[in-house]
Design a protein around this ligand. Structure first.
Ligand code: EPU
Length: 416
C-alpha cells in the first residue's frame, strides 16, 4: 500500500513556529549497521532513526544469518547503501555476492570504484546477469583475506570510501585511501571503530590509512548516531521559507556551515548555538544566491532540490551548478508547473528567477530529496497539494508529517 501527503499551503505566509528535533543521520547509521559485520560481539546503537532505509538494512543483515556471503537481490535493489555491506562481508568471509544496488535515480551511479578497490586488494571479480561475485585471494594458511593496498580514487565517493575503509579493517597489512571523501559521517564511523579496536587514521581528510587486524569488539560501548545534517539543512530552508520563529534542535551547526552561509547571504536571520539553529522571520524579500554543489565541506548535493525551492522565492536571477550527479533536476518540471521560473540549461545547470508565487499541484515524489523539496514547495504554495510516493520521503525522513504538524503546518498522510 502506498501513501501520500496532503499539505495545505501557507500562500507565502511565514507562520510556522516552535521546535523541530533532528534525528540520527541516515547516511551514518546505514554504514554503522554494515560495520557490525566486522565485530565479534553485539553492537548497541542509539539515536537510530525510524526510517525505511534502516529497515531495509536490517532485513539485509538478518538475511546474512542464513547465507553469510549473499546480499539478497530483492532487498539490496531497494537502496544504494546496500553496497556498503559488500566491504565488511568480503573482508570477514572471503567472499561476497551482491546485485547492482538500487536507490534514488540521480543519473549514472556506477560501482567501478568499489570493484577496482577490491581488485587492488587482491580480490577476483566475476559478474553474471544478476550478481557480482567477489572472492579474496587465499593465503598459505588457507584463509581467504584481502591484502592492504594503496588505492587512489579517481573521483571522490562517499560510499566507496566507507566500503573500502571497512574492508581494510580486516585486511592483511596497511591500506591507504587517497582522494577519500571527507564527510563528517566517515570520521564519526572511524572514531567508533577505533574505540572498538580498529586502526584508522586520517578519516575526515583526503588520506585515510588503515592498519588491518582482528575482528572488532564493542564490549558494551554503544554507537551513537550523529545528527542528520541533510535534515538539518532541509529544515533550515523550511524555516527560512515559512517560519515565523523556528528552532532546530539536537543538530550540529558546524556540519551545515555552507548552506547556512548561503541563506544568510540571501538575508535570512540565523542564530546558532552548540547544538541548535534558530531562524526568525524577516520581512525584507530575500536576495537571490547561486549554488554550486560540492563534496563535503561544500554545499551538499542532497540539499540542492530544497535549495531550488528557496531560490524560487528570492529576488533576482541565480543558478545551481550540480557537480556530483548528472540526473538530479527531475523535480524541476513540477515546480515550473506550480509557477516557479526555472530553466534546465544542461544536466548540471539550472537557472532560477524569482520571486514567483507557487500554486497547488498533485505531485509524486521523484526521489528522497526531491520529495522533501515538494513538501517545501507545497508549504509555500497557495491551496492544497498532494505528494504521492511518500515511501521515497520515508526512506530518509522520520515521521515527517508529525514533526511538521507540530510547527503548525496542516499536513496529513493518507493511504492510496
Ligand atoms: N561514482 C562512480 N563510480 C562509483 C561510485 C560513484 O562513478 O563506483 C560516481 C557517482 O555516479 C557520482 C559520484 O561518483 O557521480 C559521487 O557519488 P558517491 O559515490 O559519493 O555517492 P554515493 O556514495 O552513492 C552518498 C549518499 C548520497 C549523496 C552522495 C553524495 C549514501 C548512502 N548516499 O551516495 O545520499 O548524495 O553520497 O554526497 O551515503 C541521499 O541521502 O538522498 C543520497 C542520495
Amino acid at each position: 500500500m502506498s501513501n501520500k501527503f496532503i499539505v495545505e499551503g501557507l500562500n507565502g505566509k511565514k507562520t510556522l513556529r516552535g521546535e523541530i528535533r533532528i534525528g540520527g543521520a541516515k547516511n551514518a547509521i546505514l554504514k554503522a549497521l554494515a560495520a557490525t559485520v566486522l565485530f565479534d560481539d553485539e553492537v548497541q546503537m542509539t539515536n537510530v532513526p525510524d526510517i525505511e532505509d534502516v529497515k531495509r538494512m536490517r532485513e539485509l543483515l538478518l538475511a546474512l544469518k542464513t547465507e553469510p556471503t549473499v546480499l539478497k537481490k530483492e532487498i539490496a535493489e531497494k537502496f544504494r547503501a546496500s553496497i556498503v555491506l559488500s566491504g565488511p562481508v568480503l573482508a570477514r568471509y572471503g567472499k561476497v555476492e551482491f546485485p547492482f544496488p538500487g536507490g534514488c535515480v540521480l543519473g549514472e551511479r556506477s560501482i567501478d570504484l568499489f570493484l577496482n578497490g577490491f581488485r587492488a586488494m587482491g580480490a577476483a571479480v566475476e559478474e553474471d546477469d544478476s550478481y557480482f561475485t567477489i572472492t579474496c585471494p587465499s593465503t598459505p594458511l588457507g584463509v581467504n583475506k584481502l591484502k592492504g593496498a594503496r588505492i587512489v580514487f579517481p573521483l571522490v565517493s562517499v560510499t566507496g570510501t566507507e566500503t573500502l575503509m571497512m574492508a581494510a579493517v580486516l585486511a592483511e597489512g596497511q591500506t591507504v585511501l587517497e582522494n577519500a571523501a571527507m564527510e563528517p559521517e566517515i570520521a564519526d564511523l572511524a572514531f567508533y571503530l577505533n574505540e572498538c579496536g580498529a586502526k584508522i587514521e586520517g578519516a575526515g581528510t583526503p588520506t585515510i590509512t588503515i592498519t588491518g587486524g582482528n575482528l572488532l569488539h564493542a564490549g558494551g560501548t554503544p554507537y551513537h548516531t550523529p545528527p542528520d545534517r541533510i535534515e538539518t539543512g532541509s529544515f533550515a530552508i523550511l524555516a527560512a521559507l515559512a517560519g515565523e520563529d523556528i528552532t532546530i534542535t539536537n543538530c550540529n551547526p558546524n556540519w551545515v556551515e555552507v548552506p547556512l552561509k548561503l541563506l544568510e547571504q540571501a538575508g535570512v536571520t540565523i542564530e546558532t548555538g552548540k547544538d541548535f539553529i534558530r531562524i526568525k522571520k524577516s520581512d525584507k524579500p530575500y536576495k537571490m544566491v547561486s549554488v554550486r554543489t560540492h563534496e563535503y565541506p561544500g554545499f551538499a548535493t542532497d540539499l540542492q532540490a530544497p535549495m531550488a525551492v528557496f531560490m524560487s522565492q528570492c529576488e533576482g536571477e541565480g543558478s545551481i551548478l550540480e557537480t556530483i550527479f548528472d540526473g538530479r533536476f527531475r523535480y524541476v518540471d513540477d515546480l515550473v508547473v506550480m509557477g516557479a521560473s526555472m530553466v534546465v540549461m544542461n544536466p548540471h545547470r539550472v537557472l532560477i528567477r524569482g520571486p514567483k508565487e507557487l500554486s497547488r499541484k498533485n505531485l509524486a515524489s521523484p526521489d528522497l530529496r526531491g520529495g522533501l523539496a515538494y513538501i517545501l514547495a507545497a508549504t509555500v504554495a497557495e491551496g492544497t497539494s498532494t505528494i504521492d510516493n511518500a515511501y521515497l520521503i520515508d526512506r530518509g525522513y522520520e515521521h515527517i508529517e508529525e514533526r511538521l504538524r507540530k510547527l503548525g503546518l496542516n499536513i496529513k498522510r493518507e493511504a492510496v
